[in-house]
Design a protein around this ligand. Sequence first.
Ligand code: NOJ
Length: 505
Amino acid sequence: MNIPWWRDAVVYEIYVRSFADASGDGVGDLPGVRERLPYLRDLGVDAIWLTPFYPSPMADGGYDVADYRGVDPLFGTLADFEALVTDAHELGLRVLVDIVPNHSSSEHPWFQAALRGEGRDRYVFRDRPNNWQSTFGGPAWTQVEDGQYYLHLFAPGQPDFNWRNPEVHAEFLDVLRFWLDRGVDGFRIDVAMGLYKAEGLPDVGDQSFTTSSPVWGQPEVHGVYRDWRRLLDAYPGERMAVGEVWTDSPEDLARYVRPDELHQSFNFAWLEAPWSPTAFRKVIDDTLSTVPFATWVLSNHDVVRHRTRYETADPGTGLARARAALLTMLALPGSAYLYQGEELGLPEVTDLPAEARQDPVFFQSEGKLPGRDGCRVPIPWTVDPPSHGFSPGGVEPWLPQPATFAELSVDKQEGDSDSTLEFYRRALAIRRDLLRRIPYTVEWLDSPEGVLFFTRGPLICAINCGTHAVPLPGHDSVLLASGPVRRGMLPPDTAVWLERGSQPG
Ligand code: NOJ
């Protein structure tokens, strides 16, 4: 059987603004990513996902796209992008780019024309707003000069497209072609369960991501992905798409990954699960029994970093649990999405001063919500301030890094076998080797309370979510542990990979 590259791929999310700044303006850019590609090859990931680098007024960090076929000068040029793809491919790394089809920027020429009264049907204009709220806070409608209102499920600078207009379909197919022709291996689809809104735009009681919502997940959206799949399949080289789908049910998630739709969708249930063996086991079982191609995510540029989520829930446990959750996730069938900096054990930066904050969530909630800047603080490459090697010379980065980033920098961790960076490298190297030998299934073994044991052929993964050390299940060798495993005992907040026998399952 031909196993497509993406089925078990480890994909590394690069939040471009915060990864590496080559130009020296304090903001990450494509040449910065390009310079650091060898680091990613050495880390052992299979692919990178680049967050939006298109021309944008940055009302939402680039998720407000003014031109879907270009590169914002802040991030470089189209030639820089092409050079990046070439280098990545030479290093054996695939490249995914972000596609933002639910909304454009208010600076997009179509929206500018709509404001002049031309082609308003490409967006959602109404004489009267309904009661929908913006996901970032405040009403989802903004009034324009002639009295009409337009819909924006996110910032006012992000008007929602009207996908009931065929022109929008044609435009996005063309945008996909544009990037496919430049060699991208696939797309991450922003707000993939958005796009269509229920006919008549009825008022809602609750606007959360539920299967019955008139705001999200309308059945018509699947037609879009069928068209996109046909296009991707027409290109050589197993091009793929992964959807950002927030939903309350695994069955609904599975609808996006039918054989003629998207290849994958993010499994946020894993990220949302508390530190609990029952919760972990339920997510794993629900996912593997419903979704044909599973994905696993612990962190991304929209959520509090998982080290800090665990730390907040149970002080003193954050890093240990983050490492144990990673090892468990990498043992599961399917593909894993990592977020830049988690391999360094970066925590959320929770004490950014209000004047430094940039996320529209902070402003639209009038400061009630901190927003997502805390997980977007630039990566520390070296020990030295002011930018820890993120920018050249004495340039300050666009978000301030805390002093604690020095100890967590790449330079500091490289070569230190106890570091989280070296732990990630070992885990990814062992996983790559194991994948040749383990089946795409999970079998549960009996385990003590608070603990999970599962096997995939010769691999056994054990995670202790309880409060006492427990004996390891029977095994021949220890492959890797997320913390101290001694005298056959697995301590709390620790996971381990064991090997037994060696016949393929
Ligand atoms: C999801 C993206 O990940 C997030 O950063 C963005 O704010 C919203 N979609 C709107 O585009």
